[in-house]
Design a protein around this ligand. Structure first.
Ligand code: V47
Ligand code: SF4
Length: 398
């Protein structure tokens, strides 16, 4: 999909703000953008400009390749000690009987339910509760690895780790080593929210600070392991807070290179303490993907989490810097549907996901968690699709 020429045309527009031309030229030359330039992009840059610039960077890195993986999510509990104002779980602590708190055996049963499925990753994350401690999670990771050694365990965030290590009176370093020994493979990007204390204290007070989140990821990277990063945007933060967040991630990535993917998460307003805040528009979502791609010059991948933004926006995002769409997941993921995500039943088959990517002119690649190629679907046509070849942008088959 050749859209780079758009950028050349846009930059020749005599009406384009000269500062935006300067910033684009700087970015194209591979020079790093500074905080004020990032904020300027949010405040002043037209969507078409951002899309064209982000897409140029995306295509230079990945061409049309668009990644997804086959995973499943497990949420050990939907009850939590903390009360983050954006979260649709937190109020449940007062009505604990309405929630679930799975035992180790129950979680293992959920893992075993995928025994015959070709999934490569278990993504495990949920609320924070005292009974889920270092011993519990160590046992869980060990049992998963004993049961299915090749399954990649992507589990918990610094929010849980900070809590369980403090309770066990072990340092972050000791704690992360224990997790590594137990079988943890990588860390998902959650719990990052907005790092700046002005916002974090307001929306996520009590849980680990931005600095602690970054410290735990740094320790994990220094053990030779990988992780993701997220940013929860579109609530009470300003553009400056978003760029400050990206600055912290970019600095850590310079030191370790351990982040694989950045995942912007759009704030959804159903059933939480911030329901009065209007959700941002799809234009803002696309701007945010594009600026993330442009600004995070040392991140390989930008991921759109499709259950949250919906399939249509996920497709659009592929022209705004995104090169990865979160995998096929089943409908046990409640955190987003409770917050009002686009997809109430977020399950997509491999065929659905492959076709979703292909219909916008990109090349679907199934990857594992570490971005090794599992299957290249670029020229693959599913049996059921052969009859549709006239209008779906699928490769022609005989
Ligand atoms: O940290 C909670 C967010 C995150 C809401 O690493 C909300 O591959 C929007 O991090 N509106 C957890 N977002 C999910 C997460 C994630 C998801 C997919 C893939 C990966 C990965 C990581 O969900 C939380 C929080 O930022 N969240 N409530 C809400 N109302
Ligand atoms: Fe708990 Fe996480 Fe929800 Fe905060 S966002 S209340 S830590 S589940």
């Amino acid at each position: 999909m050749e859209t780079n020429n758009n950028l050349d045309l846009i930059l020749k527009d005599p009406k384009l703000d000269p500062e935006l031309i300067r910033i684009a030229e700087k970015s194209i030359a591979g020079e790093r953008l500074q905080t004020e330039e990032g904020v300027y992009l949010y405040e002043k840059a037209p969507l078409a400009y951002l899309g064209a610039l982000a897409n140029r960077i995306r295509e230079a890195r990945h061409g049309d390749k668009t990644y997804f993986n086959r995973n499943f999510h497990i949420e050990p509990t939907n009850v939590c000690l903390y009360t983050c104002t954006f979260c649709s779980y937190s109020r449940l602590i007062k009505k604990r009987e309405e929630g679930w708190e799975y035992s180790l055996e129950e979680i293992m049963d959920q893992v075993k339910a995928y025994d015959d499925e070709p999934v490569t990753e278990a993504h495990i994350v949920g609320g924070v509760l005292p009974q889920y401690d270092v011993a519990f999670y160590s046992d869980l990771f060990r049992q998963i690895k004993e049961h299915r050694p090749e399954l990649h365990v992507k589990a918990l965030t610094p929010v849980e780790y900070h809590y369980i290590f403090k309770k066990a009176k072990v340092s972050y370093e000791e704690g992360m080593k224990l997790m590594l020994e137990a079988g943890l493979d990588s860390m998902p990007g959650g719990g990052a929210e907005i790092f700046h204390p002005e916002i974090r204290d307001e929306i996520a007070g009590g849980k680990c600070t931005g600095d602690q989140w970054l410290e735990i990821h740094e320790i994990w990277h220094n053990l030779g392991k990988r992780s993701n990063a997220t940013m929860l945007y579109g609530h009470i933060e300003s553009y400056y807070h978003r760029i400050h967040h990206l600055d912290q991630l970019r600095d850590l990535q310079d030191r370790t290179g351990g982040f694989q993917t950045f995942i912007p998460l759009k704030f959804r307003n159903k059933g939480n303490q911030m329901s009065h805040i209007e959700e941002v528009s799809v234009i803002e979502d696309l701007k945010n993907y594009a600026i993330s791609r442009i600004y995070l010059d040392n991140f390989d991948h930008i991921k759109a989490y499709w259950p949250m933004i919906g399939r249509d926006t996920a497709q659009l995002s592929l022209a705004f810097g995104v090169d990865d769409i979160d995998g096929t997941i089943d409908d046990t993921t409640k955190i987003y549907s409770m917050a009002g995500s686009e997809e109430q039943n977020p399950a997509l088959s491999t065929r659905d996901l492959v076709n979703l990517i292909r219909r916008v002119g990109r090349e679907p690649i199934e990857r594992d968690t570490l971005y090794n190629v599992v299957t290249d679907y670029t020229d693959h046509v599913f049996e059921e699709d052969k009859q549709f070849r006239g209008y779906t942008a699928l490769p022609v088959v005989n």
